[in-house]
Write a protein that binds this ligand. Structure first.
Ligand code: ARG
Length: 579
């Protein structure tokens, strides 16, 4: 249930009944302070301005017309014309009881599911995944999970960089390595970055090698079997190493979701021809260029976007044009979410502008760039190794595990080595993911080991631990959460806060789905954990003498556990029963 939407509906009706024009927005928001109620409607002032009437008087009329029977216990006009709404305890109790019994914790699926393509992760072949791909991978996967949970039909699109002229030198080098090392070849490729550098060096320094490399590019593009087989090997080796990272991070991508640049190869020439025919692309200094009024170059003139080079080669932009067209035409996308760092914003804008002009993708399809900033080190500079190199993801994850292991070793417990290893892995991966997910993605963020692995504050270990605490209540009580029943009683202030917070789950999920911002869900889960902790201190559960009260409080605890589990699942973070 979405309380905010429910109230917005009701207040809007009342607003219109009080004389405001149809289509007025009640602007119902959560109240910033509890003394202003649980929600407040801020739309009266705007409507009063339009009607040229006194806002407080209009607010009084709205309250008069407002029917919140069974929903609110108090509705009052405040300040210049705000309407403060206090939710009724019976309303909260009723909906908590319903949510406890529902395996989706009361979250309804959306009524109009969409086909949504999510473009994320997108590492490059024969290159190591780096921290930039980590952000895209983690945030994108949280959106995949969230939209699927809400009922959308999601296509995971891993737009890997698996095409381009560099494959000539990579194939030539793979051939050399195989000739020299036989079956050792794949071993050497475990250092992909080194392999790439080596290929480049040979290409620059060895004329015969360069010659071969160039001929392989032509052959590969012409569909030559040998070159295609070698290319495939490079893709497979790279993606096998990336898959290990995905699995460790509990990211739901598999080989099935690879839709790399090569997929669009066959469409590139026809698209350039079509754009020429439509008069959008023109020849400029031998290249094919689309001039866009929407973008100005340094001299204030329309910016030229190259879609085919003089030598006939196509570009990253050309591929993305074909790709957007394909996602609409072939995949039938209603919505496409791109999780790419903010430096590619202009690139995407240009691609979409061209697609709109050429009528490849209609306006009704929502193309969205969910940009993110950079990952910075503690010094505020781009995250690098001590020697200034890019940080390999595998190394990053290993370090996380090592740190989590050391941290857990300091804690008192009776776990077996096996259990401890499992907990350390879940905490380590959870910490790395959550550190990224919990920040507003549009800004750069500082990667700080101590913060992310802390058991206090808005971190994965804190939430994972909070979850085990809730679960331990049931272990102590000797009942399964699913077995608790009876009426829910919302009386104490802490019960009311916890119940209200729990019933705001759908609002948080919907915000994530709409804006592509998992940090909203993180902040929400942190609030839930906090509300539970205050409730737990103030309201004895198992020590309660009153059986009805005990059953009610167990239900609040059951819904807390369920909410946290579903929420962390949507973020791709594992929960533990004990830690
Ligand atoms: N492979 C690209 C990179 O590493 C990201 C691709 C993003 N997706 C897209 N449709 N352009 O920067």
């Amino acid at each position: 249930m979405n309380i905010q939407a429910l109230l917005a509906d009701k207040v809007t009706q009342a607003l219109v009944a009080a004389g405001a024009p149809a289509g007025s927005d009640a602007h119902v928001r959560r109240s910033a302070k509890r003394q202003f109620g649980d929600y407040q409607a801020n739309g009266v002032m705007g409507a009063a301005k339009q009607l040229k009437t006194n806002p407080r008087e209009l607010a009084a009329k709205v309250v008069e017309a407002l029917d919140l029977d069974g929903i609110a216990s108090k509705v009052e006009v405040a300040g210049p014309g705000f309407i403060n709404i206090h939710l009724a305890p019976e309303f909260l109790a009723e909906h908590v009881a319903l949510a406890v019994k529902d395996e989706r914790a009361g979250i309804a699926k959306i009524s109009q599911p969409q086909k949504v393509v999510i473009d994320y992760s997108a590492p490059n072949v024969a290159k190591e995944m780096h921290v930039g791909h980590l952000r895209s991978t983690i945030i994108g996967d949280a959106l995949v999970r969230t939209l699927e949970f809400m009922g959308d039909d999601v296509v995971r699109a891993n737009h890997i960089g698996d095409w381009g002229t560099q494959f000539g030198m990579l194939i030539a080098n793979l051939e050399r390595v195989e000739k020299e090392g036989g079956s050792q070849a794949s071993m050497e490729l475990s250092d992909l970055e080194g392999f790439y550098r080596e290929s480049k060096k040979l290409y620059d320094e060895d004329e015969a090698f360069a010659e071969r490399a160039r001929s392989y590019v032509v052959k590969l593009q012409g569909g030559d079997d040998y070159c295609l087989a070698m290319w495939r090997k490079l893709v497979d080796i790279t993606m096998a190493s990336n898959q290990a990272v995905y699995d460790r991070l509990n990211v739901s991508l598999t080989n099935e979701h690879i839709m790399g640049e090569s997929l669009y190869n066959e469409y590139l020439a026809p698209i350039v021809a079509d754009l020429k025919e439509k008069g959008l692309a023109v020849e400029d200094d031998g290249a094919q260029v689309v001039f866009l009024d929407e973008f100005k170059n340094k001299d204030g003139e329309p910016m030229g976007v190259i879609i085919q080079k003089r030598d006939g080669g196509f570009l990253y932009t050309t591929t993305d044009i074909a790709c957007a067209k394909y996602r609409y035409e072939v995949l039938g996308a209603d919505r496409v979410l791109y999780f790419i760092d903010s430096r590619q914003a202009q690139h995407l804008q240009q691609v979409w502008t061209i697609c709109a002009k050429a009528q490849y993708v209609p306006e009704t399809v929502s193309l969205e760039h969910h940009a993110f900033g950079m990952m910075l080190g503690k010094d505020g500079k781009p995250f690098k190794t001590r020697t200034g190199g890019t940080v390999r993801l595998v190394d990053l994850l290993d370090e996380a595990l090592e740190r989590a292991t050391n941290l857990l070793a300091e804690r008192d417990n009776d776990f077996s080595d096996e259990q401890r290893a499992e907990i350390a892995e879940a905490v380590a991966m959870g910490a790395v993911k959550y550190a990224d997910l919990s920040k507003n993605r549009t800004t750069d963020y500082i990667f700080d080991w101590d913060n992310m692995l802390s058991f206090e504050g808005n971190t994965a270990p804190y939430l994972q631990y909070a979850y085990t605490r809730v679960r331990s209540v049931f272990a102590k009580a000797g009942v399964a959460p699913a077995a608790v029943c009876g009426d829910v009683i919302v009386e104490a202030e802490q019960e009311k806060i916890l119940a209200t917070t729990l019933l705001q789950f759908e609002e948080a999920i919907q915000a994530v789905a709409k804006e592509g911002t998992p940090h909203v869900l993180c902040a929400y889960l942190y609030d839930v954990a906090g509300a539970f902790s205050s409730f737990y201190e103030a309201c004895p559960i198992l020590k309660s003498e009153d059986d009805a009260l005990k059953a009610s409080r167990l239900q609040l605890a059951a819904l807390t556990a369920k909410t946290m589990k579903i929420g962390l699942d949507l973020l791709g973070i594992k929960v533990l029963e004990r830690m």
